[in-house]
Design a protein. Sequence first.
Length: 251
Amino acid sequence: MSDGTPADLFFDAAIGLLQRVREEEAEAITAAGTLLADTVAAGGRLFAFGAGHSSLAAQDVVYRAGGLALMNLLAVPGVVGVDVTPATLGSALERVDGLASAVLDSSPLRAGDALVVISLSGRNALPVEMAQRARTLGVQVIGVTSVAYATQTTSQHSSGTFLKDHCDIVLDSKIAVGDAELTLDTIPAPFAPASTVVTAALMQAVMATTAATLADRGIEPPLLRSGNVDGGHDWNRRVMTEYGDRIFYRH
């Protein structure tokens, strides 16, 4: 590690990754935003899924002030964040074959919908099967993952494939295998993960593209406003009433 405080070095690493994603994934971000806009315009529904810490970026775009009201969280019990006890159970459930299919078959997803699957490694059974099964149902899939894992690690799915192999569009977060940006001679392991920062930014870039694309087509994007500004709740009630059949986090 070179000169600079650990905080400075982490910010430098995160900014560097964000700049790479901005430049190298611009085309994919536009394609993903267009796919979601196409889905909204055609009457489809939007869903996002992530397991463990990958769920944080999915949750960040659901029921969010300034965000699309139509983005729903596809929740798998036991793997949404680290709220399950013990936390290691969530990691174990990601490796269970058949879980994703069971969840999808009992979910509202149907042909014509779009699903964003977020998985840093993209190697576990749950995200691979989630994308694979969703596409057989006629759902379009956007994968957000670090493509590096597919060449530097082994798939944990029975097919030997990764999330990236089952997506209509792939957004590469560029995160190095291991998700730790810093090293110090005095610390025995690399530290300071940046995947949440980068993946959340990728997701918000896609949401912004979706909203602007809808507006360009003369369709008012169904955006939520903060409940902490005057009139916010009234605005949100109107949006949720108008699009109530495509919003599932209210039921």
